[in-house]
Design a protein. Structure first.
Length: 452
């Protein structure tokens, strides 16, 4: 492996403090002084003062901004209430005035920021990323990166045409345990991936609901047409504005919100860019509250080389919102055992034993007992309070803004998870198997391009 297990364990201890940096880059205060432009303060703008930004981005940024010489200068939000809250929150943190912007054009036209956090509604991320890089800003963009292939292609093209640093908010990519898992699988010691089980279950009738906040939202205090961007026009609805995760086409719900995190590790560990096919089933079985997106889903993916169906593996994603303890699990299986990112252990469980192999004159294959970094665990709630993985991920973005090196979760990671999400949505909405056309970069169902 590229890095020794001892190095990973040492770094995992640092992660517990929220100060883990990306494995491929680590800067001391003295190192920064030797970087051209290191004494220039990086001005950060906030695009969307959301719950995610308030509860996770802010504490993580505060862990590192002084050392890395960053500052927050402006908040852009089309809802006056959130805009005012954002200005007040950041003014208290930074101890200086913050500029409140009615929209992103105002933020970029005034040239108030060198970099931005984007944590707006799911379907807006790609568009806001395009605007930001065209304005010359580096970007930390929350997932899902895009909910349609049209948006995904446009955003990928814009980012690749720029020289901007774009970090997708897939914080597992900055976790020591995940880097250990990736190295172990890529070393060949794990064997070929044969199956991956992804689960994310909760029992929360209020998850993604904001009834108290919905009651406060008035149309005259925001910009509804600007909110819906390129989606089909609907009359103003405060629920779709604030509870967008429940309503397609503003969000795919479970695939975009939760699966995008977990399926990203499949792409990372396997080196594959997207599934070959997806089927999905589920429904709204419990929470009959007017939502459009399912509260329960099972999706089954076929992964492998696009032109070689004789080899590959299966991935399942199961999620329900009416029974669960919010303890997401990711288990990778080979013929020799399992790699469990819930327990952070590699084990020979389920591997090919000597007895079973001998019956067919084969050699047994059992993985060694091995522990990954024990100090890191995914914070499943969006209200993370600055968890170690997100803190490490934001620090990695900040460091890459300085070094101009690629971050741990570059734009290609967002593009790939978007393909998987959109394929899942297509399968769920049509009841058909979804595939991906490499030539056109389109999601296909029943021989037709999937459109919302």
């Amino acid at each position: 492996m590229k890095n020794s297990r001892r190095d990973f364990i040492k770094k995992s201890a640092i992660a517990g403090t929220g100060l883990l940096v990306a494995p491929q880059i680590s800067w001391s205060a003295q190192s920064y002084k030797r970087i051209l432009g290191a004494n220039d303060r990086v001005r950060v703008g906030v695009v969307g003062f959301s719950d995610r930004h308030r509860s996770s981005h802010i504490p993580c940024f505060m862990n590192h901004y002084k050392e890395l010489n960053f500052d927050v200068t402006a908040v852009s939000d089309i809802w006056s209430v959130r805009r005012d809250e954002g200005v007040a929150a950041w003014k208290a943190k930074m101890q200086h005035d913050i500029v409140g912007c009615r929209n992103n054009e105002e933020l970029f036209d005034k040239k108030l920021a060198d970099a931005v956090f984007i944590s707006t509604a799911d379907f807006q991320h790609a568009h806001h990323a395009i605007d930001a890089v065209k304005a010359g800003c580096d970007v930390y963009c929350e997932k899902p990166f895009a909910e349609t292939m049209e948006d995904a292609r446009a955003a990928l093209k814009a980012v690749k045409a720029s020289d901007r640093i774009v970090q997708i908010g897939s914080q597992r990519r900055s976790g020591t345990n995940y880097h250990m898992a990736d190295d172990f699988i890529k070393s060949g010691k794990f064997g070929d991936i044969k199956m991956v089980e992804l689960t994310w279950n909760v029992n929360q009738p209020g998850r993604w609901r904001r009834p108290d906040l919905v009651a406060k939202l008035r149309q005259e205090d925001t910009d509804w047409k600007r909110f819906i961007l390129n989606r089909p026009y609907e009359e103003f609805d405060p629920r779709k504005y604030l509870e967008y995760r429940l309503f397609w086409p503003y969000s795919s719900g479970l695939p975009g919100q939760w699966m995008s995190h977990q399926i990203d590790t499949v792409h990372w560990f396997s080196g594959l860019k997207h599934p070959r096919s997806v089927v999905a089933n589920g429904g709204i079985y419990m929470w009959k509250d007017g939502r459009r997106n399912w509260d329960t889903i099972t999706a089954v993916f076929d992964y492998g080389p696009p032109n070689d169906p004789s080899t590959g593996f299966q991935v399942t994603f199961q999620s329900r919102m009416d029974n669960g303890t919010e303890d997401p699990a990711e288990i990778y299986y080979s013929n020799g055992g399992e790699l469990n990112l819930n327990t952070n252990k590699v084990s020979p469980k389920g591997g090919l034993t000597e007895k079973m192999a001998g019956a067919m004159h084969m050699k047994p294959f059992l993985l060694p007992e091995m522990e990954l970094a024990k100090t890191e665990k995914v914070a499943a709630s969006a209200d993370t309070g600055g968890d170690p993985l997100t803190s490490a991920h934001i620090r990695n973005w900040m460091e890459c803004i300085r070094s101009r090196k690629q971050p741990n979760a570059p734009v290609e990671a967002g593009y790939s998870h978007s393909i998987a999400n959109i394929m899942t949505t297509a399968a769920a909405h049509t009841g058909l198997k979804a595939t991906f056309d490499e030539a056109t970069q389109e999601v296909m169902v029943g021989g037709k391009v999937f459109k919302y």
